[in-house]
Write a protein that binds this ligand. Structure first.
Ligand SMILES: Cc1cc2nc3c(=O)[nH]c(=O)nc-3n(C[C@H](O)[C@H](O)[C@H](O)COP(=O)(O)OP(=O)(O)OC[C@H]3O[C@@H](n4cnc5c(N)ncnc54)[C@H](O)[C@@H]3O)c2cc1C
Length: 382
C-alpha cells in the first residue's frame, strides 16, 4: 500500500530541508534521502559563509533576503547563529580589472584600499596587495545549527523524513507519481528534485531533459599558523581574481584555492595535491608561515552552464519541480529560496521583498540553459 502525499522532496541537504521547513503544515510532504543520515554530502562541507556580495544577482538577492530569515531562526533557537565576518575582496593586479568589475556590478561593496585591508587583516602581505573592497554585511553561519533548525521545523510541522530511502524508480499512477524509495512506495502529486550533485540523474528518472548541471569538486583545508596567532575576529579574505579565499576558524585558518574540476556525483574526498596548493597559496599571500593541513574536506558544487540555479516547474514534465544548481551559494540562499519555492508550489505569494523576477531568472526552461543543456548534456559526467 503506497503512502500518498502532495509533495515528495528528493534530497535531504540544505535545499530539500529548507523547502521542507517552509512547507510545514501547508502540504502533505515527505523528504526522501538516500543516506542513513541527513546532509551528509555538500551541505555539510561548506565554508559556512553568507555573503550578499557573492554570486550572480539572483543569488545575491536571495542571500540578502535569507539573512533576516535566518536571524529569526536564531531567535527561535535562543542561541546565536551568526558571527560577523566582513568579506575583503583583494586585488593583486596592477590594473585592478577584477576589483573594478566587482565594484561596478555588485551593490553593497565599499572601496577600502590596500592599507586599510592590511589594518583589518594584518596577516596579509602589504608588499603584494594593490587594492581592496569590503562587504561589511557578510556573516559566518553555524551551518549544523541551521540544518537542524530546518529539520526540526519540518518535522514539527508534519513533514516526514525518510532516511535510507533512495529514489530509484518513478512511474505514472494516474495524476500522481508512484515512487520507489528503498523499501517504500510513495505516491506524490509533485516530485521536487533537490538531489544536489545527483540532480541530473533524479531529473532523468522522472523524465526531465538534462539541464547541463555538472558537479564540481571544491576543497577547503584547515591550516595552522606558526609565525603569529590567528585572530578569530579577522575578516574573510577573497582574491578578486578567484585564486583563493581564507578566513579564521578559531585559532586556525580555513582556506581554499577554488578548484573547479568536474566530477561524478559521489562522496568526494580531498586530494593531497589540492590541499598542498591551499597551504602554498596562503603562505604566498600572508606572513603566517602555515604548516600542513590538520583537516580538509571536499564537496561537489553543482553548477548550470550559466552559473544560475535551476529552480521551477519542468515545462515538459508536469509534476516535476527542479531545485538544483545552487553552486557555491546553496547555504546562503536557502532560507529565502525555500520560502519562494514553497510559495510557488502552493500558488501563493512568498511575502518576501526584493525578489521580483528572481524565479523567472532561474527557471529550468530558460533559453540560455536549454541551448547549453543540449550541448553539455551530451558530454556531462552525470
Ligand atoms: C568547499 C565548499 C564550500 C562552500 N561554501 C559555501 C558557503 O560558504 N556558503 C554557501 O552558501 N554555500 C557554500 N557552498 C555550496 C553549498 O554547500 C551547496 O550549494 C549546498 O550544500 C547544496 O545543497 P543541496 O541540498 O543541493 O545538495 P546536498 O547537500 O548534496 O544534498 C543532496 C542530497 O540528495 C541526496 N540524493 C541524491 N540522489 C538521491 C536519490 N535518488 N534519492 C534520495 N536522495 C538522493 C543526497 O544523498 C544528498 O544528501 C560550498 C560548497 C563547497 C563544496
Amino acid at each position: 500500500m503506497a503512502d500518498v502525499v502532495d509533495i515528495a522532496i528528493v534530497g535531504g541537504g540544505v535545499a530539500g530541508l529548507s523547502l521542507a521547513a517552509a512547507l510545514r503544515g501547508r502540504a502533505r510532504t515527505v523528504v526522501l534521502e538516500t543516506e542513513p543520515s541527513l546532509y551528509l554530502h555538500t551541505s555539510s562541507r561548506s565554508a559556512e559563509q553568507m555573503q550578499p556580495t557573492y554570486g550572480p544577482d539572483a543569488a545575491r538577492r536571495l542571500t540578502s533576503a535569507s539573512i533576516p530569515l535566518v536571524a529569526r531562526i536564531a531567535e527561535r533557537l535562543g542561541e546565536p547563529i551568526f558571527t560577523p565576518r566582513p568579506l575583503l575582496w583583494l586585488s593583486y593586479a596592477d590594473d585592478r580589472t577584477e576589483l573594478e568589475h566587482l565594484l561596478a556590478t555588485v551593490p553593497g561593496l565599499t572601496e577600502l584600499g590596500a592599507r586599510e585591508a592590511v589594518r583589518r587583516l594584518p596577516a596579509l602581505r602589504p608588499d603584494l596587495l594593490r587594492d581592496a573592497a569590503v562587504d561589511d554585511s557578510a556573516v559566518e553561519v553555524r551551518v549544523p545549527a541551521l540544518l537542524e533548525a530546518y529539520r526540526a521545523a519540518a518535522e514539527a510541522g508534519g513533514v516526514r523524513i525518510l532516511l535510507s530511502s533512495p529514489l530509484t524508480r518513478v512511474e505514472q499512477a494516474g495524476e500522481r507519481w508512484r515512487l520507489t524509495a528503498g523499501d517504500r512506495t510513495i505516491e506524490a502529486a509533485i516530485v521536487v528534485n533537490a538531489a544536489g550533485a545527483w540532480a541530473e540523474r533524479v531529473g532523468a528518472l522522472v523524465g526531465g531533459a538534462p539541464r547541463g548541471l555538472v558537479p564540481k569538486r571544491r576543497t577547503v583545508a584547515v591550516v595552522e599558523p606558526t609565525a603569529r596567532p590567528v585572530e578569530p575576529g579577522w575578516p574573510m579574505a577573497a582574491d578578486a581574481a578567484d585564486t583563493f579565499y581564507f578566513r579564521p576558524r578559531g585559532a586556525t585558518l580555513l582556506g581554499c584555492v577554488l578548484e573547479d574540476e568536474p566530477s561524478e556525483p559521489e562522496d568526494a574526498r580531498p586530494r593531497p595535491d589540492v590541499v598542498a596548493r591551499v597551504v602554498a597559496r596562503l603562505n604566498a599571500v600572508t606572513d603566517l608561515a602555515l604548516t600542513g593541513a590538520t583537516s580538509a574536506w571536499t564537496g561537489l558544487r553543482t553548477v548550470a552552464p550559466d552559473g544560475l540555479p535551476v529552480v521551477g516547474r519542468d515545462a515538459e514534465v508536469p509534476g516535476l519541480y527542479w531545485l538544483a544548481g545552487q553552486g557555491g551559494f546553496g547555504i546562503q540562499t536557502s532560507a529565502a529560496l525555500g520560502e519562494v519555492v514553497a510559495a510557488d508550489l502552493l500558488g501563493v505569494p512568498s511575502g518576501l521583498d526584493g525578489l521580483d523576477g528572481v524565479l523567472e531568472a532561474i527557471r529550468p526552461d530558460r533559453d540560455a540553459l536549454a541551448a547549453a543543456a543540449t550541448a553539455v548534456g551530451a558530454e556531462s559526467p552525470v
